[in-house]
Every structure is written in structure tokens, then in C-alpha cells.
Design a protein. Sequence first.
Length: 253
Amino acid sequence: MKPFKFLSFFIGLLVFSSIASAAKDLAPNTYRAASVNGSVQWQDSANGVSEPLLADKILPAGAIISTAEGSSVVLVFSSGSTAVVGEKSQVFISKFEQELFEGVAVNGPKGEPSISQTEIHLNKGSVTSRVNKLRPQSTFVVKTPIGAAGVRGTSFQVVYDPVQKTLKVLTAEGKVVFTNTSNVEIPVDGGQDIKIFFDVDDNGNITIKNTVQGTLTQSEIAAVFKLFEPVINEAKLLLTPKPTDQILSKDTL
């Protein structure tokens, strides 16, 4: 097995199992802030009310999340997918819908527990997603003013900078299909990235100037997975037996 594929496979298994544990207490059709680092605000688009986002907060579809410099938040969905909103970013969770399922969300490499549709609008900054293997009818899309990145099950990052007028899509593993504003589909396979340079006229019309495709280094891939460490750490706590469980186990023996 090639070093790139081995690294992606090994870390991917760890992240998959960790996300499954972190999402196991979520009811269907819900998502929460699994961990919050620094200053993060969220606004309910339904009523315009804004407040600090705290860890374990269950959020509604329509939430607008903004992070300050040096801040980030990990969102865990009951579908088993996860999104890390990076520093100085703003995202709008325009849709998260999921069919009801019995029990709790225990996911893994086999995929999500039920059909879901997820849409994240990235207004600025970055969002890094680990998407559980989706059912055929499910969707997971990260939208930007330059286009949308759709996936079936993968780890990827989208970085949108409206000031520098650049958009970057980076795929650590799996496959992403980016569709630009001209409806041109650009596949971004695992270990690859694309960088799009654009311009905006006085009327707000966007023109794509150039698209550059490249190959990722192992350190760049590892950096993507490193963003999910808060989920991994939380999962370790969930999986660690409680003192009472350990006593019960010994008594049973």
C-alpha cells in the first residue's frame, strides 16, 4: 500500500469510529457543537437572536455561525458527518434534514443511519468536513458564491477568501465534485486540490479567471485530519469505562 493511501486509510478509520461515538447520543435530525475553541457566536436566522455558542449546544437548521481569530467549532450531525468551522469564518447551515430512525445514531464505515440532506453555505473562511458514507438518496454540499462542493463520503476542506478572491477545495480522501457558477464540474480526488481565482465587478457579478489543480503532501493531508482531534478526544472519553462499570466487570468475573 502506498504511503499516502496508508496514512489516509489509517487516520480515516480512527476518525470514522470517533465520530460515530461522538454522534451516538444525538436524536435523528439534530446536530450540535461538539467542542468550541475561543470566541464563537451563533445566530438563529428565524428570529435574528445572536449569542455565544457553547459546547454541547443543539443547533437548529438555519443557524449562522461566526468564529473570531484563533477560534473554531466542531459540529457533529446525527447523520455521522462532522464539520469544523475554522477561525475568522462564517457559515450558514441552510439545511439539515434527516429521516427518522429507531434508537441512536451509531454510525461507522458502513454509513449513515438514515437518509439525510445537508447544505452548508460558506460565506467566508474555511469549513473542513468528514462525511460519513452517504446513502444513495442523501446529499452533503458546501456552497460558496463561486460554486458548490458535493460529496458521497469523504474528508475535505473548502477555503473561501472574498478579499483575496480565491477559493480552495482540498480532498484528503475520497472524492469531491466541485461545480462552479458556469455549471462546469471539476472532480477533486483524494490527495488533490484545486485553487480558483476570481474577480467581482461593481454589480457583484463573478468571473472565474483561472483554476489550478495540484497534489497534496502527506503533511497537508495529516493537517486536515488533525482538525478532528476534538472529536477523537471526546470519543475516547465516551468509550472509557466508568469506575462503576469497571467494578461491575470485576464482580461479574
